[in-house]
Design a protein around this ligand. Structure first.
Ligand SMILES: NC(=O)C1=CN([C@@H]2O[C@H](COP(=O)(O)OP(=O)(O)OC[C@H]3O[C@@H](n4cnc5c(N)ncnc54)[C@H](OP(=O)(O)O)[C@@H]3O)[C@@H](O)[C@H]2O)C=CC1
Ligand SMILES: CC(C)=CCC[C@@H](C)[C@H]1CC=C2C3=C(CC[C@@]21C)[C@@]1(C)CC[C@H](O)C(C)(C)[C@@H]1CC3
Length: 473
C-alpha cells in the first residue's frame, strides 16, 4: 500500500504536529508499508488542537491565483524579451512599452510535435531511470505521526547515465543537444501543460483515503491548496516512488544542465568555439547541479520536503521554472557576443568560490550536526538547547547569521550573472528573483521555527541577530 496514510485531515490548518494523529494513537488505523518505519527517535509532543483560521502565505488565495497564472507568463516573457532577435532595454521598455520587445523569433514555434516529444520523452526517460537504476535507501525526518518514510535516492546515478547517453549519442549522431535551442519555446509549452496536469492530479489524489496532508496545505480554499500543495508526500507505485523528491532533484535539475549544454553546443555550431562566459556559467551551474545530486540525502531535511505539500508551486518550480529560467544566462550568452577580460574572469571565479564555500560549508555543517552531533567536526559548536528537544547551533557558520546558507547561494547567483557583462539587465533576472525568493523563504522558515521552538526561537534570534547579511539585514 502507499506509504502515505491514515486520518483524513481536519480543516482548518493547525500547527504542524497538532493536525496529525500521533503514532501511539493512530497505529491501529494505519497500514504499515515497507516504505515507512516507525521512528525510534523521540518525537515532539503534539499540542492540543485549537481550531484556528487558515494560515495563508503568498498573499492567500488571490496571491496564489496570481502566481499560478503569472509564473508561466514570466517564462514566456523572458523568451519574448530576450532571444536571437535582440534583448529588451529596460529604458526603452519603460518608454515604448511592448514595442521595445523583440518578440518570439519566427523559427521558434510556440508548440511543436518535436518539442513535445523532447519534453515528455525527457520526463519518461528520467522516470524510467529512477525506477530501474538502484539507489541508496534513506529515511526522511520523523513525520508528525511518528513514522519515517524511506526514499530511494539515485539522482546522481541518473545524472551519470544521462551524461553517458549524451556523450555516446552525440558521437553516434543520434543526439543533437544543440536542437534544444530551436525547440526551447515548444518544450516550455509542453512542460507548462505537464505541470498544470500534474498539479491537478496531485490536488485530486490528495483527497484519497488516509493521505497525510501538509500543515499549511489544507485551508479548504481550492485555489490556494492547488497552488501550495495539499498532500505532504504523494507517492505512486505502491508507495515506492516519491513524486516530490523525484521532481525536486532529477528531471528539473538535470534538465537545466542539459539546456545549458545545448546552448553551449549551439554556440560551438555557430561560431566554432565556446566562449569564456559560456564556459563559466556552464561550469558553475553544472557544479551546483552535481553538488545537489551528490549531497542528495540533504534534500530530505529541506523545508520543501519536510513541511510543504506538493502542489503547483513546487511542481511548476521544479519542472519548468528551474530549467527554463535558470538557463537564461547561457541563452543570453549564446545570442549576444559577450566579451570579458581576464581580470573579469578572475573576479567572477573568486565570487563563485566564496559563495560555494559558504553555501556548502554551512549546509554540510547543519546536516552533519542534525545527523551526528557527536562528530568531531561539529561537536565543538556552541548550541542552544530547546524545549522541543533539538539544539540550535549558535556558533560556526550558523552563528554568523540565521540563513548563512542562503547568503552563499546568493553570492553564487552573482557569479552566474556577471559573465553576461553589463549591457542588459535581463540576464540579471536570476540574481534579482533569487534575492526576493530567499528573503521570502527566510521569513517563511522564521515563522515555521517560531511555531516549532516558541520562546527558544526568540532567544536564538537574540543570539544570532542578523537574518541573511551580517550587520546589514
Ligand atoms: N537554487 C534555488 O532555487 C534554491 C536553493 N535553495 C537552497 O536550499 C538550501 C536549503 O534551504 P532550506 O531548506 O530553505 O533551509 P535550511 O537548510 O536553512 O533549513 C532551515 C531549517 O534548518 C534548521 N535550522 C535553522 N537554524 C538552525 C541552527 N542554527 N542550527 C540547527 N538547525 C537550524 C531548522 O529546522 P530544524 O531545527 O527543525 O532542523 C530550520 O527550519 C539552502 O542552501 C538554499 O540556499 C533553496 C531554495 C531555492
Ligand atoms: C514562487 C516560486 C518561483 C516557487 C518555486 C521555487 C522553486 C523554484 C524552488 C523551491 C526550493 C527549491 C530548491 C532547489 C531548486 C529550486 C526550488 C525547487 C534546489 C533543488 C536547488 C539545488 C540545491 O542544492 C538544493 C537541493 C538545496 C535546492 C533545494 C530547494
Amino acid at each position: 500500500m502507499p506509504a502515505t496514510r491514515r486520518t483524513p485531515s481536519k480543516r482548518p490548518s493547525a500547527p504542524r504536529a497538532s493536525a496529525r494523529v500521533p503514532a501511539h494513537a493512530s497505529s491501529s488505523s494505519t497500514k504499515r508499508s515497507p516504505q515507512k518505519r516507525k521512528s525510534s527517535k523521540s518525537t515532539p509532543k503534539p499540542r492540543a488542537v485549537t481550531p484556528t483560521k487558515p494560515h495563508f502565505e503568498f498573499g492567500g488565495p488571490i496571491g496564489a491565483l496570481g502566481i499560478t497564472v503569472v509564473l508561466p507568463l514570466v517564462c514566456y516573457f523572458l523568451v519574448h524579451a530576450c532571444n536571437e532577435d535582440g534583448c529588451v532595454e529596460v529604458g526603452r521598455l519603460a518608454r515604448e512599452g511592448a514595442k521595445a520587445l523583440p518578440g518570439f523569433p519566427s523559427h521558434m514555434p510556440l508548440a511543436s510535435a518535436r518539442g513535445t516529444v523532447y519534453a515528455l520523452g525527457w520526463m519518461a526517460f528520467t522516470v524510467m531511470m529512477h525506477v530501474l537504476i538502484p539507489g541508496a535507501v534513506k529515511e526522511g525526518v520523523t513525520l508528525p505521526d511518528g513514522t519515517r518514510l524511506r526514499y530511494k535516492l539515485n539522482g546522481f546515478r541518473v545524472f551519470v547515465v544521462t551524461m553517458a547517453v549524451v556523450v555516446f549519442g552525440t558521437r553516434a549522431n543520434v543526439v543533437d543537444l544543440a536542437s534544444v535551442h530551436d525547440e526551447f519555446l515548444s518544450m516550455l509549452t509542453a512542460m507548462v501543460v505537464f505541470a498544470y496536469v500534474l498539479s491537478t492530479y496531485l490536488y485530486a489524489s490528495s483527497f484519497g483515503r488516509g493521505k497525510m496532508l501538509a500543515a499549511g496545505g489544507d485551508s479548504g480554499n481550492a485555489v490556494y491548496d492547488f497552488f501550495i500543495g495539499r498532500e505532504l508526500n504523494p507517492r505512486i507505485m505502491n508507495g515506492a516512488f516519491d513524486l516530490k523528491v523525484f521532481c525536486e532533484l532529477t528531471p528539473g535539475l538535470i534538465g537545466w544542465l542539459l539546456l545549458d549544454l545545448g546552448f553551449a553546443a549551439k554556440q560551438y555550431a555557430r561560431i566554432g568555439t565556446v566562449t569564456a562566459p559560456m564556459v563559466l556559467v556552464c561550469v558553475f551551474q553544472g557544479a551546483y547541479v552535481i553538488d545537489a545530486l551528490w549531497n542528495e540525502p540533504a534534500i530530505l531535511t529541506t523545508m520543501d520536503i519536510t513541511t510543504d505539500g506538493f502542489g503547483f508551486m513546487l511542481a511548476f518550480g521544479d519542472l519548468v521554472w528551474v530549467p527554463f529560467t535558470y538557463s537564461l544566462q547561457c541563452r543570453y550568452i549564446l545570442e549576444h557576443s559577450v566579451r570579458i577580460s581576464n581580470a573579469h574572469v578572475l573576479a567572477i571565479l573568486v565570487v563563485q568560490c566564496v559563495g560555494y564555500w559558504i553555501f556548502r560549508g554551512s549546509n554540510s555543517q547543519k546536516n552533519l550536526f542534525r545527523t551526528n552531533p557527536n562528530d568531531p567536526r561539529v561537536s565543538h559548536l556552541k548550541t542552544l538547547q530547546t524545549k522541543r528537544g533539538t539544539k540550535l547551533i549558535v556558533s560556526g557558520w550558523w552563528g554568523i547569521c540565521r540563513h548563512v546558507n542562503y547568503l552563499g547561494d546568493w553570492i553564487m547567483a552573482w557569479a552566474w550573472c556577471l559573465p553576461c557583462g553589463f549591457s542588459h539587465l535581463a540576464p540579471y533576472f536570476y540574481v534579482i528573483y533569487f534575492g526576493i525568493l530567499l528573503v521570502h523563504r527566510d521569513g517563511r522558515d522564521g515563522e515555521a521555527c517560531e511555531k516549532k521552538y516558541g520562546a527558544d526561537w526568540t532567544r536564538y534570534c537574540q543570539l544570532v541577530k542578523y537574518r541573511l547579511i551580517p550587520f546589514v539585514y
